[in-house]
Design a protein around this ligand. Structure first.
Ligand SMILES: [Zn+2]
Length: 346
């Protein structure tokens, strides 16, 4: 088969689309004819290399993807050849104290397909049955590939961890990114008043279409000042910050007293200066969130499959142009998800 792969960490030049041995499904695995994959910022971090991340090389990236079942291992019960499936990339042990409480993404052995083990950006992939979601007929391969990781991440972060309630003011930073545009839709669905930031008028228009009540161009305006004006100096109840170092202090300044900042990533760096005085005096909460439980993933994907939520697709590229897909993420070009398809599917 052909697979996106790299032999070592580095810039986009390390990415290749080349032959790789066909995978054999283990007893609990499903062999998939991959129709589409989607990129996440995680793919950029994995390519560059992360502290403590030791991969079997060559590594095949890809934590989002969808396709058709062509073969199942002997222990697989939920799927058969011909079924349409999408990857849900978080792998848990099912046995530790956190798994026993149903907190799968707190698993002590938690890892992510495509980040820690080989992923799905290839013509074929062998995936554990537990990591597959059934995809209804009528849902496009692009949607099935683009939605799972960001929607499950945003769902758990806003609802389970952040406890966002109707009528609250929620500021979503970087609303044009994958998690950001999912967070805007979910906050709107819950009945919050949604404030979104973006770097161009086009991105702000997209954010408004997805449910943002107020859209702020952070290239033109200081978003802290804008939030103060829009909320009558009060600040917002919740900030969704997956940007990290570049926005952290301003996120804390945008919060109302008793507010909470939710984080699921730090694309500009994970070690910002912080303001402990502001955190205790204003009684702020800093809340982390990663991926989702199996049940949370099921809940949010139901709402993707029925069209309540929709991943925006910024571009569909052949897998042979994955390097360009990475550059689009790094340069923050466009709105929504970059999808890649096996060249043979185009
Ligand atoms: Zn576990």
């Amino acid at each position: 088969m052909k697979a996106v792969q790299f032999e070592g960490h580095g810039g986009t030049e390390v990415i290749d689309y080349a032959e790789f041995p066909d995978p054999e499904p283990a007893r609990d695995e499903v062999l998939i004819d991959v129709k589409a994959g989607a990129l996440n910022h995680l793919d950029v971090w994995t390519r560059r290399g992360l502290p403590g991340l030791s991969l079997d090389m060559p590594h095949i990236p890809g934590s989002d993807g969808a396709g058709e079942v062509i073969e199942v291992g002997e222990d697989v019960a939920r799927f058969e050849p011909g079924d349409r499936v999408a990857l849900s990339a978080g792998v848990n042990c099912g046995k530790c104290e956190f798994c026993r409480h149903g907190e799968h993404s707190l698993c002590v052995k938690y890892h992510v397909i495509g980040e820690h083990v080989r992923g799905i950006h290839s013509e074929l992939a062998a995936i554990p049955e537990d990591n597959l979601l059934p995809v209804p007929d009528g849902v496009s391969w692009e949607t099935a590939a683009a939605a799972p990781l960001v929607f499950q991440t945003a769902w758990r972060m806003l609802l389970t961890r952040g406890d966002v309630r109707p009528g609250e003011d929620v500021l979503v930073l970087g609303a044009s990114g994958g998690v950001g545009h999912a967070a805007v839709q979910i906050a709107d669905y819950v009945g919050a008043t949604v404030y979104a930031t973006g770097s161009s008028e086009e991105k702000l228009d997209h954010a408004r279409e997805l449910g943002a009540d107020y859209a702020i161009n952070y290239e033109d305006d200081d978003f802290v000042q804008q939030i103060r004006e829009l909320t009558g100096k009060r600040g917002v109840d919740v900030v969704v910050d997956h940007i990290g170092a570049a926005t952290w202090q301003d996120s804390l300044k945008s919060l109302a007293k008793g507010g909470r900042v939710l984080t699921c990533g730090a694309t500009t760096g994970g070690n910002p200066e912080t303001d402990i005085n502001r955190i205790f005096w204003n009684q702020l909460s800093v809340i982390g969130s990663t991926m989702a439980t199996l049940g949370e993933a099921d809940d949010v994907m139901e709402l993707v499959w029925d069209g309540t939520f929709e991943p925006a697709i910024r571009e569909v590229l052949p897998m042979s142009e994955t390097a360009r897909a990475h550059e689009m993420l790094e340069n923050r070009d466009g709105f929504g998800k970059v999808v890649v398809k096996p060249d043979s599917e185009l």
